[in-house]
Design a protein around this ligand. Structure first.
Ligand code: NDP
Ligand code: OXD
Length: 309
């Protein structure tokens, strides 16, 4: 019988326990699911940041650490972690991200705020352009960037995607490298960042790169807060270079009460809710990876420790 240690926070356990039990049974795995055990007994660890587990050294039998989070920046650099690390790719999380991105792109594309907050009852009969006239750029062509890009393309937006390595995604124009980034930024009236937090992506959107965007562009960041230079973003909003920023992720979360983002009229803050890992589907992903490991098959969504994502 396998021992699976749930080290993803006590608050999540009641939600996950029934789904993990069902998923393990469906996968044909006999497992003891626990929130505590002697470290040398754990065969697998289900992990999320913020819990007590920070030293993986004593988990000598553990064959893999399975993250419930898609972003692994809080664990990938942990020197005590020698076991394989898998990140979360959950169809429900992806669906949530597509909905958040599509909703916020449409908010800005259609200029919805003008009509929702209209104290002067102005009859502002200016029709918005069609999606086909609103180029959108997505930085990051991974699981989430591709799904969001294809959903936006299906609505008619011309979508340019940018990634580290060259990619081909049906329906999207895909670019990579430094020149590709400059081209992707130059055309993006709405820019969505879906990049992981790594040393290479830190402050990627700095003053110089924000200056490449068309004047009045909108930035949506549901990726990670470190990707944008906060001071440069505020300066670009103040100068009119940026029209708005909708931010879901921040360097410090919860966003401190005195952070200028809260008060800035050009910033919308959402509290890291763009996409949530959902217990029913995520439990199936966890169980499938344990099944694979036990069957000697390659693990899904293995993190490349050197790349950091
Ligand atoms: P993936 O690992 O599937 O994709 C990451 C993408 O970023 C890839 O296209 C990758 O390029 C690209 N990339 C990484 N580093 C660089 C770089 N230095 N330069 C250019 N491109 C780079 O991740 P997901 O799509 O699953 O998730 C993206 C991020 O979204 C997560 O890391 C997490 O931070 C965030 N997230 C936020 C949530 C929220 O609720 N706000 C929820 C879930 C995730 P390549 O294709 O070449 O590898
Ligand atoms: C994640 C997130 O990485 O919620 O899964 O941000």
């Amino acid at each position: 019988m396998l021992t699976v240690l749930f080290a993803a926070g006590a608050a999540r356990w009641p939600t996950y326990e029934p789904h993990l039990r069902a998923a393990m049974a469906e996968a044909g795995l006999a497992a003891r699911l626990v929130t505590d055990c002697a470290p040398e007994q754990a065969d697998y660890i289900v992990f999320a940041p913020g819990g007590d587990l920070v030293d993986f050294t004593p988990y000598t039998r553990c064959k893999a650490v399975l993250s419930l989070w898609a972003g692994v920046e809080k664990i990938v650099g942990n020197q005590t972690l020698t076991q394989p690390l898998c990140r979360m790719v959950d169809p429900a999380l992806t669906a949530g991200m597509v909905e958040w991105v599509a909703g916020h792109v449409l908010r800005h594309h259609l200029g919805m705020d003008r009509h929702i907050v209209n104290p002067g009852h102005r009859w502002d009969a200016l029709p918005p352009p069609l999606a086909a006239e609103r180029p959108v750029t997505i930085l990051g062509m991974g699981e989430l960037g591709r799904a969001c890009g294809q959903a936006l393309a299906a609505l008619g937006f011309p979508v340019t995607g940018w990634s580290r390595s060259p990619r081909q995604v049906p329906g999207l124009r895909c670019l990579s490298g430094d020149d590709g980034l400059a081209q992707a930024l130059a055309c993006g009236q709405i820019v969505v960042t879906l990049l992981p937090a790594t040393p290479e992506t830190a402050n990627l959107l700095d003053a110089a790169r924000l200056a490449l965007l068309p004047r009045g562009a909108v930035v949506l960041n549901p990726g990670r807060g470190t990707v944008i230079d906060d001071a440069a973003l505020l300066a670009a909003l103040d100068s009119g270079q940026l029209g708005h920023a909708t931010l879901d992720v921040f360097r410090v979360e919860p966003l401190p009460q005195d952070h200028p983002f809260w008060a800035h009229p050009g910033v919308t803050v959402t509290p890291h809710i763009a996409a949530e890992t959902r217990a029913p589907s995520a439990s199936r992903v966890v169980a499938e990876n344990i099944r694979r490991s036990e069957a000697g098959e390659p693990l899904l969504y293995l993190v490349d420790r050197a790349r950091g994502y």
